[in-house]
Design a protein around this ligand. Sequence first.
Ligand code: ADP
Length: 383
Amino acid sequence: MAARNVATYCLVELMGADGVPRGVAASHREPERDGAVLASLSLPWVDGTLHPARECFLSGETRFLPEVGPELRERMCQGPEHRALLEALNPHSLLAVAVRMRGRTLGVITLGTAAPCRRLVTADVAMAEELARRVAVALENASLYRDAQAAVRLRDEFLSVASHELKTPLTSLKLQHGLIDRAALGDVGDKVRPRLATAVRQVQRLSALVDSLLDVSRMSLGRLKLEPSDVDLGQAVRDAVDRMEEVFSLAGCPVRVEVPGPLPGKWDSLRLDQVLVNLLTNAAKYGAGRPVLVEAAFEGEEMVRVSVRDEGIGIAAEDLPRLFGRFERAVSDRHYGGLGLGLYISRQIVDAMGGRIEVESRPGLGSIFTVRLPRSTAQCAPW
Ligand code: ADP
């Protein structure tokens, strides 16, 4: 645009990671001459010659040559090849402005005009400096975005490796617990067993956390498959609540299940159970020892609905939209442990099943999480 509307040609050079400036874009009002403009970029800078762009790079200051006469052109000449280029480009005014961000020169934009185009004037300097400022902001944003993406990639790789590494010793620890349990007899057994039960519970908790990390890394790599089979959702809900009886009683939350009758459908039963357990765990954890109601029912012919309602701490409206994201939490780590992955994983599973998960909540009054699912899901979801 600068070459077309303001000057005759425009060069953009950016500082490389090695500290050497490189031409990244060049344009001439007559497009077939872009090549000559680019060629002028690749010429080495000869000491002692006048070079507005290089001076601008070094000082960070604008270099403006409103009138390039034969004498200045001679001082700019870097050698025979450059002389030929200068003659071809025939500049009669030149302007180099620095692209700067936080005190660093990231690059230089050079505008040149040749007859019959008008010479550049002071107003063009202000315009070019503003253009350079905007280019600097855009470059900075792009580089921050790239850094952020690289950091996320690194985190995902770490997650994947760490969760796999943690899984192996945990599996062996579980086996050892089984062996100890069988070997501990008589008096020794009576003393060992309660401690063993605690150890088993802690390993189960650790395994659940590692499984969540593994799921997240699988999901971000798109490697999770669904295996649908015939499932009665009502039974699945009752089973999950039964298995979590101890969790609810420790939390002091009475649970009520309301299921009208069988709710048959085709779902991946393990993944469905994972969603239910995540929602039930949260209801117990954030339920403030108040009653929890779990309901499941048909919604029309083709859909089912499960909801988990608690009367606990609730969630502030501004936190609701982000809670289904990875590692997102709306409570302080000091008061409530957790990785902030349960809702993320649940949403990924429900999405893959073609359903929806929603939450309504009021701080201090409680929350209701509702999952709606079609009664059958595809064999292999596009994770
Ligand atoms: P975690 O419970 O490990 O933090 P989740 O992904 O399951 O991770 O939940 C994310 C956040 O959503 C929680 O940290 C909490 O702030 C909020 N949350 C989830 N369920 C409830 C609930 N039933 N009541 C209040 N807040 C909840």
